[in-house]
Design a protein around this ligand. Sequence first.
Ligand SMILES: [Fe+2]
Ligand SMILES: [Fe+2]
Length: 130
Amino acid sequence: MKAYSLPEGSLYRITQLDKQHQELIDIVQSLHGLSESNELPEIVRIFESFLNKLAIHFTDEERMMKDTAYPDAESHRAHHQDMLKDAQSTFNIVKDKGKLLERNAIDSIDKLIRHMLLSDGPFVTHLKNR
Ligand SMILES: [Fe+2]
Ligand SMILES: [Fe+2]
């Protein structure tokens, strides 16, 4: 499958955050690779690490929004909450069905990349214009 890389506009040029973004993209892609397979224990293991890393990344981003008085921090934070809930409900479907549906895996990649472009992108701009 196509390897996704970070959208140019979402590059922080801050090693920690860019590394987290790349790692999140890599994880959802490996989950996609396991979709429709019966490798449930592996999927569960990777999915748990995805949820964990997603929460850590959001916390780090939100801390930086606070530190730099980002005016759109509240709506960005709300979007993070939605994404966490959404990822958790996809994980519940995995456990319920005993597999990861391919459409759910693709949806997770899409949502992650869309968030990087539409929500993280404007925050990157804010950081650059300080
Ligand atoms: Fe992000
Ligand atoms: Fe974000």
